[in-house]
Design a protein. Structure first.
Length: 117
């Protein structure tokens, strides 16, 4: 799990181009084909990726899409790393809820609409 930087040396060792913001957000991860939708928590978030925590990481199979429950944003992603219940996703495309959903995001967008009702 990510931790805050505690020293200048920690900041130098950070490999991400953009720092992630610490969060505690609810999300759903669509994994595999056929799609399995898993509840997850988003622990760190940037415009380019996220650290998520899953109950069942053994079910991770590409392709991946992450639905942010707070705003309906769908991120298509690739798995950057996995360790225990945590995984890092690198976003390859993002689809805001106010724009039409591409085929890859339609199932998650429909889920988000249902959960909001």
């Amino acid at each position: 799990m990510a931790r805050p930087f505690t020293s200048l040396e920690d900041r130098k060792n950070e490999r991400r181009a953009q720092a992630r913001r610490r969060t505690l957000l609810a999300a759903r991860l669509a994994s595999g084909d056929p799609v399995v939708i898993l509840p997850c928590g988003v622990r760190n978030l940037s415009d380019h990726g996220a650290e998520i925590e899953l109950e069942s990481p053994a079910l991770l199979q590409p392709p991946f899409s992450l639905l942010m429950l707070r705003d309906g944003m769908v991120h298509e992603a690739r798995l950057a790393w996995a360790s225990g219940r945590s995984a890092g996703l690198e976003f390859t495309a993002s689809h805001p809820s106010n724009l039409p959903a591409p085929p890859s995001a339609k199932v998650l967008r429909s889920l988000w609409t249902t959960l909001r009702a």
